[in-house]
Design a binder for this molecule. Structure first.
Ligand SMILES: Cc1cc2nc3c(=O)[nH]c(=O)nc-3n(C[C@H](O)[C@H](O)[C@H](O)COP(=O)(O)OP(=O)(O)OC[C@H]3O[C@@H](n4cnc5c(N)ncnc54)[C@H](O)[C@@H]3O)c2cc1C
Length: 584
């Protein structure tokens, strides 16, 4: 091999490794670790999230198995006015929602509150404990001939956790894509005066006004013990992915969700394409036993995960846009060729449409439910191995403003499409899903489109990522120009600054919080900041804009020593982003 060929193949190695990372999948897998770890039994603990983004101290943890034990756990902290937070089996939220604050706080884990309480098949109602995983919930519903009509796409979440952050799938039909729209009752344990034993169970029925506070609560009202969901008869769906040119994307965004009950879209800005998910309910007699086992949520061999991350780091830190775009294209093409992990019969993909029962299509997450294999394989983001480490900006824009927002993003893309190859995770692109207006105080006030952008994050604090300015400009444009609302369970600090003022019913929420938890035991510094009670989530210091802790106002908030300076946005001139001097 000549020197030139050698150098070329070295440059293409990361590209090949990233493609290989998608292709290699195993049947076994180490499940994600418990987010709560203690050094002395159940004392002297820390809590983290599934990515290991934060590590907060806590004095102790309890694992109630029944509502009675849950009441006792809340009473124990309320009696001594100790801070407390709920942690779940895997703790998937990105912000520090699970941190009780200080060293003296308590964690109440819902990991053992994971049973079905009752099913009324005739009325299509199902009551479950709040720590039940979405995976188990949709399986249990299907076993009774029932379907949860909408859910997040990842099944490793708990019902209590996903409700707390307003999590959703995609739909504009009926009550829409957010799970909290299907909650018709819940039982929540809150602190109480000594005369009531320091804790009470509040039962909120479908018409109880406080249900609008409790069904999306970011965990500050108390511990949800049980949730009752209105389900539907088990149905089938027919899914086809259609890739099209993005020239009419801005016009189609409002229409697609009205045409297809479970429609969504993935925009690949660097390719000028949109992958439309054409996904509709079909008669149960329609043949097909399709399965959604998304590649990104399957177990990966640890060695492949490590190699893929190393390749990603190489592409970020020491490569060219040409190589980055080749890698992005390969990853997007590989996933498309493999139908994103959909199969027609649970084993192989033979062509669209994929028709299958709702519980086999609505969500997936095989990497959490496989037996322990000594970390030979794991979820692609497992914190115990040098795995994929990404940030996720997730925000929703009112549907009425979505066409203008998309047109602005396309203008930014047209300036230099290649920068999006590194700016945005090419496997996910920019994802668009639908949510309907909600009566939940912390839900969406208008029909909206939820947008997700996943992007590389360095393990080194303050290290810039390549072409970060495009995503940062889009994020600021969404939040400021288009009044976007951040997903409560995703995002970096800046997305939450001032967010609460965009919720018309925020005061109603805070009044319920004051009644349920007057001493703020379930509140933390973080929740007080995002709810506008005390302080701001923004942190201003050197490199803060690189970390998403602030919007830069001077160069030192970026990384001037590495050539990154604070500059106005290129399309949204009011944005302030860290741009690489030579690119700008
Ligand atoms: C791989 C992945 C895929 C995702 N996909 C989607 C998606 O498709 N759609 C979407 O909208 N979101 C998605 N998310 C985000 C996710 O839905 C939210 O972060 C969700 O809140 C996490 O649920 P959890 O069970 O892990 O809860 P946690 O993150 O552990 O908890 C979230 C909050 O809820 C509180 N809480 C938990 N249980 C209770 C309870 N019983 N009572 C009171 N408070 C409680 C916690 O204290 C915390 O404040 C995804 C996240 C990941 C990591």
């Amino acid at each position: 091999m000549s020197q030139g060929q050698e150098r070329r193949s070295e440059k293409l190695l990361p590209v090949a490794l990233l493609g290989l990372g998608i292709l290699l999948q195993l049947a076994g897998c180490s499940p994600p670790p418990d987010p709560v770890v203690c050094t002395h039994g159940t004392s002297n603990c820390t809590v983290t999230n599934t990515y290991g983004f934060f590590l907060c101290p806590a004095a102790n943890v309890t694992y109630p198995r029944t509502e009675k034990e849950l009441v006792a756990a809340v009473a124990a902290v309320a009696a001594v006015k100790r801070k407390v937070k709920v942690a779940t089996k895997h703790s998937h939220s990105i912000p520090k929602l699970a941190c009780p604050g200080g060293h003296d706080g308590t964690i109440i884990s819902t990991a053992r509150l994971n049973r079905t309480v009752r099913v009324d098949a005739e009325k299509r109602l199902m009551t479950v404990e709040s720590g039940m995983l979405l995976r188990d919930l949709i399986e249990a519903a299907a076993a009774e001939g029932l379907s949860l009509p909408h859910s997040p796409y990842w099944s490793g979440l708990t019902i209590g956790g996903l409700l707390a952050t307003g999590a959703h799938g995609s739909s504009l039909w009926g009550k829409g894509g957010a799970v909290h729209e299907y909650v018709v009752g819940l039982r929540i344990v809150t602190p109480a005066p000594a005369s009531q034993g320091f804790a009470v169970v509040r039962e909120l029925g479908a018409h109880h006004p406080d249900l609008d506070a409790a069904k999306v609560s970011i965990g500050v009202l108390g511990v949800i013990s049980q949730v009752t969901l209105a389900l539907q008869s088990l149905f089938k769906r027919s899914v086809t992915f259609v890739k099209r040119d993005d020239s009419d994307f801005a016009d189609r965004v409002a229409m697609w969700g009205r045409l297809h009950e479970f429609g969504d879209m993935i925009w690949l800005p660097q390719q000028g394409k949109v992958v439309y998910r054409q996904d509709d309910r079909v008669d149960v007699s329609t043949p097909g036993d399709g399965l959604n086992d998304m590649f990104l949520f399957r177990a990966n061999p640890t060695r492949a995960t490590i190699a893929a991350r190393a390749a990603e780091e190489l592409l970020q830190e020491n490569s060219t846009d040409t190589a980055r775009c080749a890698a992005a294209q390969l990853q997007a093409d590989t996933l498309e060729r493999l139908a994103y992990g959909f199969t027609n019969d649970g084993a192989s993909f033979t062509g669209y449409p994929v028709v299958g029962y709702q519980h086999r299509i609505q969500a997936s997450g095989t990497c959490v439910d496989s037996p322990e294999d000594g970390l030979r394989s794991a979820c692609g983001w497992d914190p115990w191995i040098p795995s994929s480490f990404n940030d996720n900006s997730g925000f929703s824009v009112a549907l009425s403003k979505a066409p203008a927002f998309i047109a602005d993003m396309q203008r930014l893309r047209d300036l230099n499409p290649a920068v999006f190859c590194a700016g945005v995770d090419p496997r996910i692109g920019v994802a668009f899903r639908y949510i309907k207006a909600s009566s939940a105080y912390l839900g969406k006030a208008e029909d909206s489109i939820a947008i997700d952008i996943v992007y590389y994050r360095s393990h080194t604090a303050g290290m810039p990522r390549v072409h970060a300015d495009v995503v940062d400009e889009i994020e600021q444009m969404a939040l400021r120009k288009y009044d976007a609302l951040p997903h409560w369970g995703k995002n970096r600090n800046i997305a939450f600054n001032g967010a609460i003022s965009k919720y018309p019913k925020a005061n109603e929420f805070l009044m319920v919080k004051d009644r349920y938890d007057p001493d703020g035991l379930f509140s933390s510094e973080w929740s007080d900041q995002v709810l506008g009670i005390n302080g701001s989530p923004n942190i201003t210091k050197e490199h803060c804009a690189i970390e998403g802790l602030c919007v830069c106002s001077k160069d030192s908030h970026c990384a001037p020593e590495q050539g990154y300076f604070c500059r106005p946005g290129k399309v949204y001139a009011k944005a302030r982003v860290c741009s690489f001097g030579k690119d700008y």
